[in-house]
Write a protein that binds this ligand. Structure first.
Ligand SMILES: [Zn+2]
Ligand SMILES: [Zn+2]
Length: 677
């Protein structure tokens, strides 16, 4: 933390982290009195007051800070925003203009001025300032989003469409941009395109109420079949991989059970109907009896349905081969063969309708109550990892980061396999989604990731001789957080908080003001890695309307109209660990990581690393919420983008990467039984 000259800010900073925001601001103001030249404690006090929702007081203190530091464009810019969000547009304009006089290239002030002119209905000036903002933050999808937002206000639909397409090119997961684009298509009568956009919203936000409703509305207006609008991915020939020799040298490893086609919570989707085939031929065997019930010739597609409490198997000519009350095993007749699920729109589980799916090992099918046919892939651990690593990271990433991923994914499997874990009741060790680790099967494999698995065969990360909890996430936003800071994540000594920056650099935790500049800016870090990592995974923004936010929160908590959102407790990384939601009827406090992410808007936030600004009308009523965020995922353990950065920017070997994110752990190789030829 920056302590400035001659005062100690630690107690004030601790109060801020704890969410005692008014006390923190008083403590900073006391420091300001004790050190009359120093503007810094005032900026920190104002940052605390803003977070507590006291915009008027925060602005007043920023004006005082200017007496101590009159040439600081960031103070003017922030003063402009505090006024803007209170609907004081003239006051905001003058502050932003001074900021830009002091510093010609100031992205926050440009965005601020554009927002002011937008509210004053001055089209030309709005667009001119947004264009300058775009030049300053070219990779930031938030720019195009705000541009589109304004184009729509000015009824410039063609331009709005282009800006939304651009925002989605930079960030395909940008649900808030996809919905208005779908709306524009629907108004133009492009129903197929609109339907496709709503469909894609559901990829990132399953069960999204607006998208689900609109898809139903549009169904009758489509001029093409859904499969034509969005053709499924097809597997038409056997995959030939270069490192086949390397694979042959892999030992036979422990078998694991993976639930296939699972959703957000790791539970299986509804498999009313499935179609199976192979290139090599399959056998269908009773799990308990060991009896071979059927052989399926190569390239023939058989149907599996759920009838009552049985699984029925039907040949292409319509012959029902059997109705099974217990589990049956579908096995390739040759070693190295695979089972393919042929994509079909007749199934209710999107996993099996959008693409053909191919699996090594074998498949176990069983009656699974309301979920239809249960599908478990029984596969050797090392072969499973061939499908996991390229599902979790990009195969084009620097090679040493792929090896680091292979080691921590392998470690996760062993822990879950040993403990039984959350999926014990489901009949598998791991699900195939983000809930455990992403696994898209054989069709997703790539040469680089396969080599990374083979080269690290059997290697796991241990702490005091036991497998370590090797959590990982996509992008930390520049600072990883310790597990003990997050409710329900335990306290592992190697899951620490630290800046995700070059290992030879040092950085103290950021005080409230510096953190504000950091989250709204584009700071250097391992996971800020243009060309390899999407900029939208490192820094993002959203504007959510009051109506939508209130509706979403009331789905879970009946608090009435939302009046205020106050982040309370934060990790030193800035991740929000306690969030207070103030409604007309009552207030609630949320502490679970996934709840904080899921509650704010219809599609979940990428992370809990965000600053929130509340935008109000002149009469004090909330208009909308502006969120400036960073990172993707829980920010505990290894930052995948940061690992790519360490390997790519600093040539760090995978052992160094693992040591960076899991200090104090060590590598150990498990001995599998060698293959008998
Ligand atoms: Zn899971
Ligand atoms: Zn990171």
């Amino acid at each position: 933390m920056q302590s400035g000259a001659g005062y100690c800010a630690a107690p004030a900073y601790e109060l801020y982290l704890k969410g005692e925001l008014l006390q923190a601001s008083s403590a900073y103001l006391a420091l300001a009195d004790a050190d009359p030249e120093n503007p810094r404690p005032m900026m920190n006090a104002a940052a605390c007051l803003k977070q507590a929702g006291r915009y008027y007081d925060a602005a007043r203190i920023m004006v005082k800070a200017l007496e101590r530091d009159p040439q600081n464009p960031d103070i003017y810019s922030e003063l402009g925003w505090l006024r803007f969000h209170q609907a004081d547009y003239e006051g905001a304009r003058s502050a932003f203009e001074i900021a830009l006089k002091i510093q010609i290239l100031h992205s926050r002030a440009e965005l601020g001025l554009a927002s002011v002119y937008s509210n004053l209905d001055e089209k030309e000036k709005t667009l001119a300032h947004l264009e300058k903002y775009r030049q300053l933050r070219p990779d930031f999808s938030g720019v195009d989003y705000i541009l589109a937002w304004n184009y729509m206000n000015f009824k410039m639909h063609k331009e709005a469409e282009e800006a939304l397409v651009e925002a989605l090119r930079k960030d395909p997961s940008f649900t808030e941009a996809r919905l208005p684009l779908a709306g524009i298509y629907a108004r133009q009568g492009k129903f197929n395109e609109a339907w496709n956009q709503y469909y894609r919203v559901l990829d990132y936000a399953p069960g999204h109420p607006v998208a689900s409703k609109m898809m139903k509305v549009l169904e009758g207006k489509l001029t093409k079949q859904p499969e034509e609008i969005r053709p499924p991915f097809r597997i038409t020939k056997p995959l030939v991989m270069e490192p086949l020799d390397a694979l042959a040298s892999l030992s036979s490893s422990v078998k694991i059970r993976v639930g296939i086609g699972t959703g957000n919570t790791g539970k299986q989707g509804r498999n009313n109907l499935l179609r199976i085939k192979s290139f090599e031929g399959l056998t269908v065997t009773g799990k308990a009896s060991g009896k071979v019930y059927a052989t399926i010739p190569p390239d023939e597609t058989w149907t599996v349905t759920h009838e009552g409490d049985k699984v029925a198997l039907t040949a292409p000519d319509g012959t029902v081969f059997g109705r099974f009350a217990g589990a049956v095993l579908v096995k390739p007749v040759k070693t190295g063969g695979s089972v393919i699920f042929d994509a079909t729109s007749k199934t209710k589980n999107p996993w099996f309708s959008g693409a053909d799916r191919q699996y090594r090992g074998y498949i176990e099918l069983f009656p699974n109550g309301g979920r239809g046919v249960g599908v478990v892939n029984v596969i050797e651990n090392e072969l499973y990892l061939l499908g996991v690593v390229p599902s979790e990271v990009a195969p084009q990433w620097p090679y040493e980061s792929l090896k680091a991923q292979a080691v921590i994914a392998r470690t996760q499997v062993l822990i879950r396999r040993a403990r039984g874990g959350q999926h014990k009741k489901d009949g598998y060790h791991l699900c195939d989604g983000q809930h455990c680790q992403a696994y898209k099967g054989k069709s997703n494999e790539a040469n680089t990731t396969t080599n990374a698995v083979v080269e690290t065969e059997g290697e796991i990360l241990t702490y005091h001789g036991r497998p370590a909890y090797t959590f990982y996430h996509s992008n930390c936003g520049g600072w990883v957080q310790a597990s003990k800071e997050v409710t329900g994540w335990g306290d592992s000594p190697y899951l620490v908080t630290k800046p995700d920056i070059a290992p030879d650099k040092r950085q103290e935790p950021l005080d409230p003001w510096d953190w504000h500049l950091w989250i709204t800016g584009n700071p250097q870090s391992n996971c800020n890695y243009p060309g390899r990592v999407r900029a939208s995974e490192y820094r993002w923004m959203k504007i959510i309307r009051q109506k939508d936010m209130t509706f979403r929160i009331n789905m879970d908590y009946k608090i009435g109209e939302l009046v205020e959102i106050i982040p309370l407790r934060r990790s030193p990384s800035g991740n929000v660990n306690t969030l207070k939601l103030v409604g007309r009827k009552k207030s609630v406090t949320v502490t679970k990581e996934h709840l904080i992410r899921n509650l704010l808007g219809f599609s979940s936030l990428k992370s809990t690393l965000f600053e929130i600004e509340i935008n109000r009308f002149k009469n004090g009523k909330v208009r909308n919420y502006w969120l400036y965020g960073g990172g993707w995922g829980h920010a505990i353990g290894m930052c995948q983008s940061g690992a790519a950065g360490l390997a790519g920017k600093y040539d760090m070997p995978y052992k160094g990467i693992l040591d960076f994110y899991f200090p104090g752990t060590s590598l150990r190789t498990i001995k599998y039984v060698k293959k008998v030829k």
